[in-house]
Design a protein around this ligand. Structure first.
Ligand SMILES: Cc1cc2nc3c(=O)[nH]c(=O)nc-3n(C[C@H](O)[C@H](O)[C@H](O)COP(=O)(O)OP(=O)(O)OC[C@H]3O[C@@H](n4cnc5c(N)ncnc54)[C@H](O)[C@@H]3O)c2cc1C
Length: 422
C-alpha cells in the first residue's frame, strides 16, 4: 500500500526520534521507520555523558546549544530522563598532558563555557575516596548525564502524541528519486511518497545512502560498557580518568568503560574507506584493535546490506577490557571493592574520518537530509542534531552554522584531520 508523508525519518535512535519530535511539534506529517526497536543500537548503549568538555571547536557551539535543550528536556517531554547536571571531570596523572588541557581551556573561554583546571587537591575533593595520585583535571560544571535507555523513547512517544507515525520493525530498503529529487522511500511495509527524507540511520547510513550515490566515509568502532551492582555514593560527575571512565547511575550502580579502547571489526567498508581513515588509523593505532571475523564474511556474502536481517546490532562486549576497567576503578576507589558487573554490552560507534558528524541537506538528490556519523558524541548532541535536521528538512535557515558538518568536506581535496572519539 502506498502511503504519504511530508517527511520520512529513517532510524529510531536519539537523532531520528528528536527530528520526528521537532517536526511533529510544527504540525508536519512525519513517518519514522526503525528496522528494529527504538534506541536498539547506539542510543541506548552509550555511556550517557552529555559533555561539552573536550569537544572540537567546530562542535562545541552545537554541544552547548544541546546542553541548554537538555536542561529543559524532562519538562518538555514530560518524562524522567534521570538527567543530572553534575559536571564532567577529565583527570590526568601525567604532567605532560597539562599543556593540552590548558589549550582546551582557551577554546572553552572563547566560547564562553565555564571550565576550570583543577589541581590534585581540588580533584580529590570532588571524588572522595580516590586513592591514586593525580596531577589535576579539567572540570566543566554545566556538563550532565542522563539515562540512555529513556531518551529516544521519550522523543518518540512525544512525537507520536503530536501525530507522528513511529513504525518499528520496519526497515527502509532504499530511497527512490525522480529527476534528481527524491520521491519516495521503499520500506518493508510498502512505498511512502514524501517531500523530504532525513537519514538518521546511525551505523547503517553509509550502506543505505550508497543506493542514491552518496559515498559517506563511515566505519564501525566496537566499544564495550558495563553496569555494576550498587556501590557507595561517590559523585554526580561524569569522570574520565586513565584506565576507566564512569558515572554513577540513579540506583547507585556505576556505568563503567575503558575510555579509549575500541575494536574495529573489519568489513568491506574498511577497505573501501582505507584512504579516508588512514590518518585515523595512524592516530589511534594503539587504541583500536583490528578484528577479522564474522562481520567480514557477512559483508562478503551481501548479508550486511540486507537491513531486515539485522534488526538490532548487538556486538559482543570485550570482557577483558571491561574487567581491566573495573579493576582500575577499584584500585582508584578501594572502598568500592565489592561491586561487580551486573550486565555488560557493546555498541558500534559510527565514526567519520574527522570524528565530526554530517548534518547536511545534500545537493543530490534534492530533499535528502543526512544526520549521521556522530562518532561517539551523538547522545549529547542528539536533541540539537534532531532540531537542525528538522530545520533542514523544512528547507528553513538553520539556527547554527553547519559548514563544518557538510557532506562535501571529504571531497574538497583538503586534508581531513582526525578528531576525538567519545
Ligand atoms: C559504547 C558507546 C558509548 C557512547 N558514549 C557516548 C556518550 O557518553 N555521550 C555521547 O554523546 N555519545 C556517546 N556515544 C555515541 C552515541 O550513542 C551516538 O552518537 C548516538 O546514539 C547516535 O544516535 P543516532 O540516532 O545517530 O544513531 P543510532 O542510535 O545508532 O540509531 C540509528 C537507528 O537507525 C536504525 N536503522 C538503520 N538502518 C535502518 C534502515 N534501513 N531502516 C530503518 N531503520 C534503520 C537502526 O536500527 C538504529 O536504531 C556512545 C556510543 C557507544 C556505542
Amino acid at each position: 500500500m502506498t502511503k504519504r508523508a511530508q517527511v520520512v525519518v529513517i532510524g529510531g535512535g536519539i537523532v531520528g526520534c528528536a527530528a520526528a519530535y521537532y517536526l511533529a511539534k510544527r504540525g508536519i506529517a512525519v513517518n519514522l521507520y526503525e528496522k528494529g526497536t527504538i534506541a536498539g543500537e547506539q542510543s541506548s548503549r552509550n555511556w550517557g555523558f552529555v559533555r561539552q568538555q573536550g569537544r572540537d571547536p567546530a562542535e562545541l557551539p552545537l554541544m552547548m546549544a544541546s546542553n541548554k535543550i537538555w536542561q529543559g528536556l524532562e519538562k518538555e517531554l514530560n518524562t524522567d530522563l534521570k538527567w543530572k547536571q553534575g559536571g564532567n571531570l577529565r583527570i590526568t596523572e601525567d604532567e605532560s598532558q597539562l599543556p593540552s588541557y590548558r589549550a582546551w581551556l582557551e577554546i572553552a573561554q572563547d566560547h564562553g563555557l565555564h571550565t576550570k583546571l583543577l589541581g590534585a587537591k581540588e580533584t580529590k575533593q570532588l571524588l572522595p575516596g580516590l586513592s591514586t595520585s593525580v596531577v589535576g583535571a579539567l572540570y566543566t560544571e554545566s556538563d550532565g548525564q542522563a539515562d540512555p535507555s529513556r531518551v529516544a523513547h521519550a522523543f518518540a512517544t512525544s512525537a507520536g502524541k503530536l501525530g507522528a507515525d513511529v513504525i518499528s520493525r520496519c526497515a527502509v530498503l532504499g530511497v527512490q528519486t525522480s529527476a534528481g529529487t527524491l520521491s519516495s522511500v521503499a520500506t518493508e511495509q510498502g512505498e511512502v511518497i514524501c517531500d523530504a527524507v532525513i537519514c538518521a540511520a546511525g551505523a547503517w547510513s553509509s550502506r543505505l545512502m550508497s543506493s542514491v550515490g552518496l559515498r559517506i566515509p563511515q566505519l564501525w568502532l566496537r566499544a564495550s560498557v558495563g553496569y555494576t551492582t550498587k556501590g557507595k555514593e561517590l559523585t554526580h560527575c561524569g569522570v574520565w580518568m586513565p584506565g576507566v571512565a564512569f558515572r554513577q547511575g540513579h540506583d547507585g550502580g556505576f556505568n563503567i568503560a575503558y575510555g579509549g579502547k575500541y575494536k574495529h571489526d573489519l568489513t568491506l567498508d574498511s577497505l573501501k574507506f582505507v584512504r579516508d581513515f588512514w590518518r585515523c588509523y595512524q592516530k589511534y593505532n594503539r587504541a583500536i584493535r583490528l578484528n577479522l571475523g564474522r562481520r567480514f564474511l557477512q559483508d562478503l556474502t551481501g548479508n550486511l546490506n540486507r537491513f531486515p536481517n539485522h534488526r538490532t546490532l548487538d556486538p559482543a562486549p570485550a570482557d577483558s577490557v571491561l574487567q581491566s576497567a573495573l579493576q582500575n576503578f577499584k584500585t582508584s576507589f578501594p572502598n568500592q571493592s565489592d561491586i561487580r558487573f551486573d550486565r555488560t554490552w557493546a555498541g558500534y560507534i559510527d565514526a567519520t574520518p574527522d570524528m565530526l558528524p554530517i548534518i547536511d541537506c545534500v545537493d543530490k538528490p534534492g530533499g535528502l537530509v543526512v544526520a549521521t556519523g556522530f562518532s561517539g558524541h551523538g547522545f549529547g548532541l542528539g536533541p540539537i542534531a534532531g532540531l537542525l535536521a528538522a530545520q533542514l528538512a523544512l528547507n528553513e535557515p538553520t539556527s547554527h552554522d553547519l559548514h563544518a558538518f557538510r557532506y562535501q568536506r571529504f571531497y574538497e581535496g583538503k586534508r581531513v584531520e582526525p578528531g576525538n572519539v567519545l
